[in-house]
Ligand binder design. Structure first.
Ligand SMILES: *Cc1c(COP(=O)(O)O)cnc(C)c1O
Length: 373
């Protein structure tokens, strides 16, 4: 079935074959051998053997695909990326109560700004670098960061969904003289590229950008970071409690976990994360090249940190924005409007966006320029 190409930043497009499989299994879920269970996934007890098998394959596939080492726990939580902005300091800043705990933040756009502000409710916060003054169009080089000597963690947003800025390499904090664990908000590029876990203490992300439907929040945390929660940390959000209960301290978002599991199986069929990354590089290159080659569209982000996943761009003549968007919709290209805080356009090129979708967008942009330029 051919559907329009959907460039939404999130909740975002999912592979058609995954949605079709879920539709087939909606009323009666079959196990791997095809034996029918007599119930849909939404109707299953989270502790029953059927759902446990769904859960365990999703976790196993995630660990295998992202090459997550054994000393990291995978937690399936709820609350989204924004809740993690509070849950992270609640879990990591409780140890050194004899002196103030500080969390370090690198400000690279809207999402890291939000994380910084929220964490300030639970611990001291310190900005080690900020590109706000240049409109968040670049990332300060890590060797210029003013890291605290004694931070409980260092936070970065490894892909800024709104500003279109991505870390193409994670900072090596040890090399920068810091022993703090690196926390990454990888909501909008998780599973789009490999992760260097040797540089990461904790990674979190909402599923609704690149992994499945909203409702599931993924947390990958190094074991030694468990057990340092503040006393006020809610039990359902305490990583140790969640981990000790196999993410079933309370009812997990069962259907979203099932859908994420189907997406992970789809990624495996596509050739895994390395193959996804190659395709994502190709797609991003096609779109940036078309923007840069035109005098009609512009992307202002420094080339070294342009996001592969979220490409914000502007028409030089903003009076044409509405015509651009309605023409795009008629051409089967959906949800290209930029975030309200920055305006313009944004094309999100998550894993499930095929190369043909980007080719169709580029062709539409060139045709629109020809007829309106
Ligand atoms: C979407 C997003 C969030 C917020 O996720 P919610 O699920 O809405 O809480 C946080 N960080 C980044 C980088 C995002 O893209």
């Amino acid at each position: 079935m051919h559907r329009p190409f959907n460039f939404s930043a999130g909740p975002a497009t999912m592979p058609s074959e995954v949605l079709a499989q879920a539709a087939n299994e909606m009323l009666d879920w079959p196990d791997a051998s095809g034996r029918l269970s007599g119930m849909g996934v939404m109707e299953m007890s989270h502790r029953g053997k059927e759902f446990l098998s769904i859960y365990e394959s999703a976790e196993r596939d995630l660990r295998e695909l992202l090459a997550i080492p054994a000393h990291f726990k995978i937690l399936f939580m709820q609350g989204g990326g924004l809740a993690e902005n509070a849950i992270v300091p609640l879990n990591l800043c409780g140890q050194k109560l004899d002196r103030p705990t500080v969390a370090d933040f690198v400000l690279t756009g809207s999402w890291s700004e939000k994380s910084f502000k929220e964490a300030g409710k639970y611990c001291q916060t310190h900005v080690v670098a900020s590109s706000q003054a240049n409109g968040y169009l670049s990332v300060a080089a890590p060797d210029t960061w003013q890291l605290s000597s004694d931070a409980c963690y260092v936070h970065i947003c490894s892909n800024e969904t709104i500003n279109g800025v991505e870390f193409h390499e994670l900072p090596d904090l040890k090399n920068l003289g810091s022993n703090a664990p690196l926390v990454i908000d990888f909501s909008s590029h998780l599973a789009s590229r490999p992760v260097d876990w040797s540089r990461v203490g904790l990674a979190f992300g909402g599923a609704q950008k690149n992994l499945g439907p909203a409702g599931l929040t993924l947390v990958v945390v190094r074991e030694d970071l468990l057990g340092h929660a503040l006393p006020i940390c809610p039990s359902a959000f305490n990583y140790t409690t969640v981990s000790d209960n196999g993410s079933m301290y309370n009812t997990p978002p069962t259907y979203s976990i099932y859908m994420a599991g189907l997406v992970l199986q789809w990624i495996k069929r596509q050739g895994g994360i390395a193959a996804m990354e190659q395709r994502n590089i190709t797609k991003a290159h096609m779109l940036y090249e078309a923007i840069d080659a035109s005098g009609f569209y512009v992307n202002k982000v420094a080339r070294s940190c342009r996001s592969r996943m979220n490409v914000p761009f502007y028409l030089h003549n903003e009076a044409l924005n509405d015509a651009f968007l309605s023409g795009a919709k008629n051409a089967g290209l959906l949800q290209l409007k930029g975030h309200k805080s920055v305006g313009g356009m944004r094309a999100s090129l998550y894993n499930a966006m095929p190369i043909e979708g980007v080719a169709a967008l580029v062709a539409y942009m060139q045709e629109f320029e020809r007829t309106h330029g």
